[in-house]
Design a protein around this ligand. Structure first.
Ligand SMILES: [Mg+2]
Length: 394
């Protein structure tokens, strides 16, 4: 099919760890742990380099446990400003390839590249050029998937991780994915996959055995989505699965979340992640020149059930430290004792344009610090100035 839509998904490989290795070449090729705090005895692994992953180290694990596996592993504490800076640079670079770009997470982007094959020779050439430019400019690698919609391109890039590329035309989808376990399909989480397995649906091919009615009766709207994804031959446009595939184009909230590879348990671990997420949310708010007064947090448990809290605060602001404080206030209201956490997130909403009109001298000062830091990072293309990351929580 000549004119079918083409979506390119690119996902950086072991992003936090790769950025640290790019920044400090001494760490290249070594098992590297990016931890939540400066004190490596009391933190969790935020990210691990591929060299560390090969040894069985993964995010969510306590650093102590990781160091038992590999006592010589290198350790650096997570530095969200650095990762956000690189992420923004990558976004800017990708805009040169297609103006139709959507950032799905800190290290994942979708580009509508329909028709751009003529300009670049082929879709393969376009994908390779993007990968090469990222490698050259940022010394990190990314995996690329190209297919007919976002979901299929994301599956394709995942299948070729790390540093790979897969082009999956509509006509190939069914044969390429036939043995794909349902757990590998983005959007099918643990609880949905358990329900599907009860119906003896284990793979993509199994998903194709049932009718739309069957899915709708058992699962409602999400059932229809599953039917559609299993029948790429009848799904014409990306829009048809938009409602579950991705967030709307004009977001009403700004948020960051993180799914851990290993569950975390302690309040200290949860706080360490919350601080990292609050920094990211604050940075985005400031970049959009917005303030928000509503903060929402959630903790997702391994059974996919979530506990969450939300509050409208009186003051609007875009200060990461305040967002973190508010997140902690909400966290205090939740019963987190003995809660196992699989994923967590912070979002803010109820925007207004940043007024920069502070009643409190302290708030004014913090605002200036935040902005100066953002400006320096932007202007000099350097990350010399950033907060002491998430080192402060004991
Ligand atoms: Mg990634």
């Amino acid at each position: 099919m000549k004119n079918e839509p083409k979506i390119l998904h690119i996902d950086m490989d072991a992003f936090f760890a790769s950025v640290e290795q790019a920044y400090n070449p001494r760490l290249k090729g070594k098992p590297l742990i990016v931890g939540g705090r400066a004190d490596k005895q009391r933190t969790v692994v935020c990210a691990a380099s591929y060299e560390a992953k090969a040894l069985g180290i993964d995010s969510g694990m306590s650093t102590q446990q990781a160091l038992r596996i590999c006592p010589n592993a290198e350790f650096v504490s997570a530095d969200s400003a650095k990762y956000l800076y690189v992420s923004d640079q990558i976004a800017e670079m990708l805009k040169n390839y297609s103006p139709q770009i959507e950032q799905a997470s800190i290290d994942e982007f979708y580009l509508d590249i329909t028709g751009l094959d003529k300009m670049f020779g082929s879709y393969f050439d376009l994908g390779m050029r993007i990968k090469q430019e990222i490698k050259k400019k940022f010394s990190i690698t990314g995996s690329v998937g190209i297919s007919v919609n976002r979901l299929m391109s994301k599956i394709a890039s995942k299948l070729k991780k790390p540093d790979g590329m897969m082009i999956m035309p509509r006509a190939d989808i069914i044969s390429v994915l036939k043995d794909l376990p349902i757990q590998k399909i983005p959007g099918i989480g643990a609880s949905l996959s358990a329900k599907l397995q009860d119906l003896s649906i284990f793979s993509f091919s199994d998903m194709r055995k049932f009718s739309a009615d069957f899915y709708q009766q058992r699962f409602g709207k999400i059932g229809l989505w599953m039917y559609a994804l299993a029948h790429p031959e009848i799904v014409v446009a990306d829009e048809e699965i938009d409602w579950v595939d991705q967030k709307p184009k004009d977001p009403k909230s700004i948020g960051h979340s993180y799914t851990l590879n290993q569950n975390i348990y302690t309040r200290g671990e949860i706080e360490a992640w919350m601080q990292l997420l609050a920094e990211m949310v604050g940075f985005r708010l400031r970049r959009h020149n917005l303030e928000a007064n509503t903060v929402h947090i959630y903790l997702r448990k391994p059974d996919m059930k979530s506990i969450s809290g939300e509050k409208n605060f009186k003051e609007y602001n875009n200060d990461s430290k305040q967002i973190f404080k508010r997140a902690l206030f909400l966290l205090d209201k939740l019963n987190t004792k003995n809660v196992e956490v699989r994923a967590l997130g912070i979002s803010v909403k109820n925007f207004m344009p940043a007024t920069n009109n502070f009643l409190l001298a302290d708030a004014q000062k913090r605002y200036q610090i935040c902005n100066a830091q953002d400006a320096i990072n932007k202007r000099f293309g350097d990350w010399t100035v950033y907060p002491a990351s998430i080192c402060s929580i004991v």
